[in-house]
Design a protein around this ligand. Structure first.
Ligand code: ATP
Ligand code: MG
Length: 438
């Protein structure tokens, strides 16, 4: 018996019609990024393991237990990227595009984390990623957040909450860490095992815990914003002012710390209550020391990443995007001569109408069978070519949908006979009468 192969746990196939939603999402994202002057950067999937350890921090969840790392044939330790930022900075330093420059960049693609798969949490997932470098003020924090708000709106996603916090500078976190440690030590026996281990290595990470009992303890803990240094406080005020100016609603959540060690000052998350436990669809913040930490000169930076699968789930949950791009035209032909002629006509239609979405029947079949395929494809019009039409140099154009003047599918009206030379204009006119839209 042949082996039955299955995809790996947490690695998903995305099938049609879902791929149409993915395409729409990426097209919207590309438009919005471009509209704000962000340029695409394409990065490798594999980097040295050391890069992620140095950037994300040895005690981050990702580095501690989620990386897909392996040794290659030369014995080097490599890791499938668990996020984009480390690779961006590595590329920036390698090609010198971060030094004393302002950069607005985006990227998109798969990332890999060895987590326990569940709804909205996978081992290979996809991110949209936005980063701005060389800009220190709150204006750019506001810009990347406004960009995210516009994207979510364009995707038809409503009812999301924007939560903000500030982690301040290193001095803020040192003062806060001491206060937090003292508080958590008093409750040590009630903390979950992970949190107890982190208490002395990286107590801020405890704030991020998803264990309910620990979350309860955390709620009464000292709050980070009370420890902010003056500059970070002013920056945080600037971000809030800028968002208010734009009418972008937000709430301050003093317990957002984000999972990675490199964040400074602003951190933010867009969350929803529609996706159960996996409610964060987009998250980011400022990471002013990361470039320096990876060997560059001090370069302020801010950015965010969105989870594509979670956005798609939310679009589906909110019916935000029922649109699927069906073919517009299905071309049927009967007999060998008509088949060859149909192929030629289909190519010249594609020349004349580059946006046309046309499926050419393949594999022969009776007219009934071909019209059945045309119906199933969701096409609006069928073209029919038989020997008689070849002789007259015409094609029958038949509506398949009631709203286009078609009859019930049981009734096979003959269709409108159209000369080959008139075909592009006729099809263009029929399609423009009621355009599909996003
Ligand atoms: P979480 O707290 O859910 O683990 P995170 O803080 O680890 O998220 P980030 O590193 O900020 O996530 O990644 C940005 C976004 O990527 C998240 O807001 C989420 O939408 C998405 N994401 C993160 N991990 C996964 C995953 N395993 N599967 C699907 N999407 C994910
Ligand atoms: Mg995580």
């Amino acid at each position: 018996m042949a082996n039955k192969f299955q995809s790996l746990r947490g690695f998903n196939d995305v099938l049609p019609p879902d791929t149409a939603v993915w395409q729409r999402l990426h097209a919207c994202a590309r438009d919005v990024f471009t509209a704000y002057g962000y340029r695409e950067i394409i990065l490798p999937l594999l980097e040295s393991t050391e890069l992620f350890k140095r950037s994300m921090g040895e005690t981050s969840d990702v580095v501690e237990k989620e990386m897909f790392s392996f040794q290659d044939r030369e014995g080097d330790s490599l890791t499938l990227r668990p996020e984009f930022t480390a690779g961006m900075v590595r590329a920036g330093l390698e090609h010198g595009f971060l030094h004393h420059q302002q950069q607005r960049l985006w990227s998109a693609g798969p990332v890999f984390r060895h987590e326990r798969p569940q709804a909205g949490r996978y081992r290979q997932f996809h991110q949209l990623n936005v980063e701005a470098y060389g800009l220190a003020g709150p204006d750019i924090d506001v810009e990347v957040i406004a960009l995210s708000a516009r994207l979510l709106k364009r995707l038809g996603l409503q009812g999301l909450t924007l939560e903000l916090n500030s982690l301040g500078e290193a001095s803020t976190r040192n003062a806060y860490r001491a206060a937090l440690t003292a508080y958590l030590e008093k409750h040590e026996s009630s903390l979950d095992e992970d949190s107890r281990r982190r208490l002395h290595r990286n107590p801020l990470r405890v704030l991020d815990s998803k264990v309910p009992r620990t979350q309860e303890i955390v709620r009464a803990a000292p709050q980070l914003p009370e420890y902010l240094d003056a500059e970070s406080r002013a920056h945080f005020d600037g971000v809030q002012q800028g968002l208010s100016d734009l009418g972008i609603a937000y709430t301050v959540n003093p317990f957002i710390v984000r999972g990675l060690d490199y964040y400074t000052k602003s951190v933010f998350e867009w969350t929803t209550d529609q996706l159960g436990a996996q409610g964060t669809v987009l998250a980011g913040g400022r990471y002013d020391s990361l470039v320096e930490q990876l060997g560059g000169s001090k370069t302020p930076a801010v950015g965010w990443a969105a989870g594509v699968e979670r956005l798609v789930l939310l679009m589906q949950a909110l019916h935000a995007m029922p649109f699927e791009s069906n073919p517009q035209v299905y071309f049927c032909s009967l007999g060998e001569t008509a088949e060859r002629q149909a192929r030629t006509l289909a190519e010249s239609l594609r020349d004349a109408l580059p946006q046309l979405h046309l499926v050419l029947n393949a594999g022969g079949g009776s007219l009934k069978a071909q019209l059945g395929r045309a119906d199933k494809s969701g096409a609006r019009f069928a073209l029919i070519l038989g020997d008689a039409e070849v002789t007259r140099q015409t094609v029958l154009v038949k509506s398949l949908r009631l709203e286009d003047g078609g009859r019930e599918s049981g009734d096979r009206g003959r269709g409108m006979e159209t000369a080959w030379t008139e075909l592009p204009a006729r099809i263009a006119a029929l399609l423009s009468s009621s355009e599909d839209h996003c």
